[in-house]
Design a protein around this ligand. Structure first.
Ligand SMILES: [Zn+2]
Length: 423
């Protein structure tokens, strides 16, 4: 018998992430893996049994779009932040991700290889992380800090030896920046096809030849491309040149939806970005938050309504959707995206699948994670009650396991500031 050190989560329900409705079952973990799921499993004296009656066990969740180094929204604060602060701040954001049940995340610019290695070696707590390190941008684009005043203002992430400069124009240059980011340890390539702001903020954008070169270079190295795009034009260009996912997306026409379906690409809607504007956050607040070069002529509420409508149409058409928030210092509040997706037309089950098995598919780890099945890694979240009330899911998280190790345990009070159990 090799029952030593088994962990048995007994007496609860299981939401396994495969699309099945929750069912009553025990979950048995040995080492880093799930070794059994079912009822009436025999328990030995050496087994560590945890009573999860009244709880649901679900797969560790994914956030496919975070910026764990944070994005300080106010320009003056950004200018006064000491360079190394971002890394210490990342440790806090990463811990908060684990505490809200996010055990896998994709950092879409900011985190460098040191951050990822610090998690992997156990120096800091955090989800399993995929990193792009930087995000390719054209001159005048999202990472270009030159302003109309001719003052250069700190872009989101200052280049440093572990995070190469990401402004590139022309086929040769974009290839070089892709290679530099891969040399620095990137797991995937992040592209800012246009500026931020709106479906109309497309004064500069990568052309088809540049996007094709980026796609070709990434494919040659076997890595995926994630493209930030708002309007249908750049969305379609990115899909035609091999992007595996499109981030944010405010506006989709029928042809763009068709291209999603044809290519099997994922939409990462980041609806949490738009949701405050539905509730009346105006252009001034938005300008304040973004800090520079945002387009104050665009009504954020109209843009948010467009984004939600596009999400609904994409979902109804059957486009693959993976959860992502775009959160930096809001890490910890990531499950708000589940409710936003529900508001956008998903059922609670569909929203949870976007945060588990569908997201695992996007990140290329579906054979290891994203569902609760025998042989899968034991990334588990235990919540009290069921999983259909998404709005209270965060406060009902009782335990989080990563690869079979307990990394967060709530003491029961519904507080976001519970001390975490550490490996
Ligand atoms: Zn982002």
């Amino acid at each position: 018998m090799t029952n030593l050190n088994r962990l048995v989560l007994r007496g609860g329900a299981v939401f396994d992430g495969t699309g099945s409705e929750p069912y009553a079952a025990d979950v048995v973990v040995e080492g880093r893996q799930i070794v059994a799921i079912g009822q009436g499993i025999e328990v030995g004296p050496a087994d560590a049994v945890v009573d999860v009656a009244g709880c649901t066990v679900l797969p560790g969740m994914f956030d496919c779009h975070v910026h764990v180094l944070g994005i300080e929204p106010r320009l003056l604060d950004r200018l006064n932040e000491p360079f190394s602060y971002q890394f210490y701040n990342a440790a806090a954001n990463l811990r908060r991700l684990v505490e809200c049940g996010i055990t896998s995340a994709r950092d879409c610019a900011g985190a460098d290889l040191g951050v990822k290695q610090a998690i992997e070696s156990g120096v800091i707590a955090g989800p399993r992380l995929q990193i792009s390190i930087t995000a390719l941008s054209q001159t005048g684009g999202h990472m270009d800090g030159m302003t109309p005043s001719s003052n250069w203002v700190v872009p989101y992430y200052v280049p440093h030896p572990g995070r190469p400069d990401s402004i590139a124009d022309g086929v040769t240059n974009v290839r070089k920046v892709v290679r530099q980011s891969l040399r620095a340890g990137a797991d995937f390539v992040k592209v800012l096809a246009t500026h931020s702001g709106s479906a109309r903020s497309e004064k500069t954008r990568f052309n088809l030849a540049e996007l094709a070169a980026i796609g070709e270079e990434a494919a040659a190295q076997g890595v995926a491309v994630a493209t930030h795009a708002y309007g249908s034009g750049p969305v379609k260009d990115a899909l035609r040149t091999g992007s595996r996912s499109i981030e944010h997306v405010a506006d989709l026409d029928d042809e763009a939806i068709e291209l999603f379906l044809e290519t099997g690409a994922w939409l990462v809607p980041t609806l949490s970005l738009y949701r405050p504007h539905l509730d009346g956050d105006g252009p001034a607040e938005q300008r304040d938050r973004i800090g520079h070069q945002s387009d104050s002529r665009v009504d954020p509420r109209a843009k948010a309504e467009l984004a939600f409508a596009s999400f609904r149409r994409a979902h109804e058409a059957g486009v693959r959707i993976a959860m992502g928030t775009d959160f930096g210092n809001r890490c910890g509040d990531n499950l708000a995206e589940l409710s936003a997706m529900e508001l956008g037309g998903m059922t609670p089950t569909q929203a949870l699948l976007a945060a588990t098995s569908s997201a695992a598919g996007l990140l290329g780890v579906a054979d290891e994670r994203g569902t609760l099945e025998v042989g899968k890694a034991a990334d588990l979240v235990v919540v009290s009650g069921g999983v259909s009330a998404l709005g209270t899911l965060r406060e009902r998280i009782r335990r989080v396991y990563q690869d079979g190790t307990l990394t967060f345990e709530s003491t029961g009070a519904a507080s976001a500031a519970e001390p975490a159990g550490r490996r």
